[in-house]
Write a protein of this length. Structure first.
Ligand code: GDP
Ligand code: MG
Length: 175
């Protein structure tokens, strides 16, 4: 067995305001801060344990100033996997995901890449605009895992989301 550290580069992509920064910071610090710099793209390095193995995460918290939702060519060349994020309280953010997926596919010229679909802000149940079933259905269409999470209320599911996508990367690299 090869003894090397596994590494996962994650690009967190999605429309403005869905909680990309909140999710990244929650995963890395276990804390929810509330307000995040809306203008700066941040890259974090974080070493943790996934399924008993050391995993080095590099997390790129992107900024979506325009309709590409942070899916620039250089980002897509750099990353091992993509976390596609929408907010369950924003129909508009969910409706932006197929366009984002298309941008990714065009940039990568059809080469597949591990992904996970994330519906954030599930704590805001009274404001929900996107059902769990809709998220699940889209993930089935994309052939990727799906999780609803809350960056503000729940650290475990957020952690699980990053771990899940890192497992996808390990599987993908094995092929
Ligand atoms: P980004 O533009 O995708 O990076 O979004 P931010 O991480 O900056 O979050 C946008 C706003 O949504 C901020 O006011 C956050 O405090 C809030 N937010 C992020 N995640 C959650 C969540 O899970 N629940 C709730 N209630 N608010 C959240
Ligand atoms: Mg942000």
């Amino acid at each position: 067995k090869k003894s090397s550290f596994a590494e996962t580069k994650v690009a967190v992509l999605g429309p403005h305001g869905v909680g990309k920064s909140a999710l990244s910071v929650r995963f890395l610090t276990k804390r929810f801060i509330g307000e995040y710099d809306q203008s700066a793209e941040s890259k974090y390095k974080y070493t943790t344990n996934v399924d008993g193995e050391t995993m080095i995460f590099e997390v790129l918290d992107t900024v979506s100033e325009n309709e590409d939702c942070g899916a620039r060519d250089d980002v897509l060349r750099w990353t091992d996997c993509i976390m596609l994020v929408y907010s369950v309280v924003s129909r508009k953010s969910f409706d932006a995901i197929p366009e984002l997926k298309k941008t990714i596919e065009e940039s990568r010229k059809g080469a597949s890449i591990p992904m996970i679909l994330i519906g954030n802000k599930r704590d805001l149940a009274h404001m929900r605009e996107v059902s769990t079933e809709e998220g699940e259905k889209l993930a089935v269409e994309y052939g990727c895992p799906f999780l609803e999470v809350s960056a503000s209320e729940d650290v475990d599911t957020v952690t699980e989301a990053f771990h899940k996508v890192s497992r996808e990367v390990i599987e993908f690299k094995r092929r």
